[in-house]
Write a protein that binds this ligand. Structure first.
Ligand code: ADP
Ligand code: MG
Length: 340
């Protein structure tokens, strides 16, 4: 069974006297866990599709099933409840409450889930602000945050309710390329780690290529649906890994950071920033308490020698990572496979 099933859906709006066909006969099934892009020019019907899936709007004709349940038969209260439990939204314009702090914005949708205690709410808020890398910004209001940070708050808010589906309507449209790429990578990581389904709309070609599945709409009609046109051959991926692309500075300072905090930092960095270390470096690190082990992802690559080479070349990522490892060692952690 598909997570979302759209069957012969039409949507019409009255614009003054004129009937606007926003969607014509859309049929689409979306599997659980997918990272799906809906692509099309402005006015093609992307937002309308997302709003229908998100039960913000209802079709003029046709059926929408979420988790096998036909949403057209539901009362407004049932729909609101389903929305609160099943769906998280991320918008182009972030849509944060300007008077609320980042924490309060993330907490807001949790207030709808009555069975969560205040302590559980706080725990979730902290957890998701941490996942999007904004633990230190919980007290900031949206106008005290950059565009990319605001969108990260919006992602944390969308995820905090543990939705099955995250709907993101042109989430990168108001961000510069680099920030937009970071946001997409973050969404993709979360998709891969938590298996949350992401459905996002875009008119940006670069953004489309990050999807596992691509649906195109034009003038309210679906023109194609299939795998994203990007299948990167394994050899190319391997080459990129060996060249060590996508690696950024960690921005850490050595000092007396408690061991657990370093471990958190390492894990968070690997998880969020590094586009998964399995993808971006030919080695990975297992950070079991007290004993960290670096190992190679490829039979023919010696992880320690590889790291050594990059340290010698003063590669910023490796230099920063080395500080973390050194601090960890000072705290009594045994780190195997990392050069001294
Ligand atoms: P996209 O998100 O791809 O830019 P939309 O889904 O917002 O496109 O809109 C699709 C079409 O439906 C457009 O022609 C738009 O003008 C029309 N439309 C969308 N919402 C409304 C509305 N509430 N009332 C009238 N027309 C609308
Ligand atoms: Mg739109």
């Amino acid at each position: 069974m598909s997570l979302v099933q759209i069957e012969n859906v039409h949507k019409e709006y009255m614009l003054g006297e004129q009937l606007v066909h926003a969607l014509r006969n859309i049929t689409l099934s979306i599997d659980d866990g997918v990272f799906l892009a809906i692509a099309g020019p402005s006015g093609s019907g992307k937002s309308t599709i997302l709003n229908l899936i998100g039960c913000i709007d209802t079709p003029s004709q046709g059926k929408i099933l979420i988790n096998g349940r036909d949403v057209s038969g539901q009362t407004p209260d049932q729909l609101a409840d389903m929305r609160a439990r099943t769906i998280g939204f991320i918008f182009q314009t972030f849509n944060l409450f300007p008077v609320l702090s980042a924490k309060e914005n993330v907490e807001y949708p949790l207030l709808q889930i009555k069975e969560l205690s205040a302590a559980e709410r706080r725990e979730r808020v902290n957890k998701y602000l941490g996942i999007v890398g904004l633990s230190k910004y919980g007290g900031h209001r949206p106008n005290q945050l950059s565009g990319g940070q605001r969108q990260r708050v919006a992602i944390a808010r969308a995820l905090a309710t543990h939705p099955k589906i995250v709907l993101a309507d042109e989430p990168t449209a108001n961000l510069d390329h680099a920030t937009g790429d970071g946001i997409l990578q973050l969404m993709k990581e979360i998709n891969r780690e938590s298996k949350t389904t992401f459905i996002f709309s875009t008119h940006d070609n670069r953004v489309m290529t990050m999807a596992d599945r691509l649906v195109r709409v034009e003038d309210g009609v679906m023109t194609s649906s299939g795998l994203a046109e990007k299948a990167t051959p394994a050899a190319v991926v391997r080459e990129k890994i060996l060249q060590n692309q996508q690696i950024k500075s960690l921005g850490v300072e050595s000092g007396s950071v408690p061991a657990m905090a370093i471990r958190g930092q390492v894990n968070r960095y690997l998880f969020l920033e590094n586009n998964n270390v399995y993808m971006a470096t030919p080695w990975h690190i297992n950070t079991e308490a007290g004993n960290w082990v670096v190992s190679s992802c490829f039979d023919d690559v010696d992880a320690t020698a590889f790291i050594h080479e990059h340290l010698n070349a003063r590669d910023a990522f490796y230099v920063d990572f080395h500080k973390l490892i050194t601090t960890a060692r000072q705290q009594g952690i045994n780190v195997e496979g990392w050069p001294t």
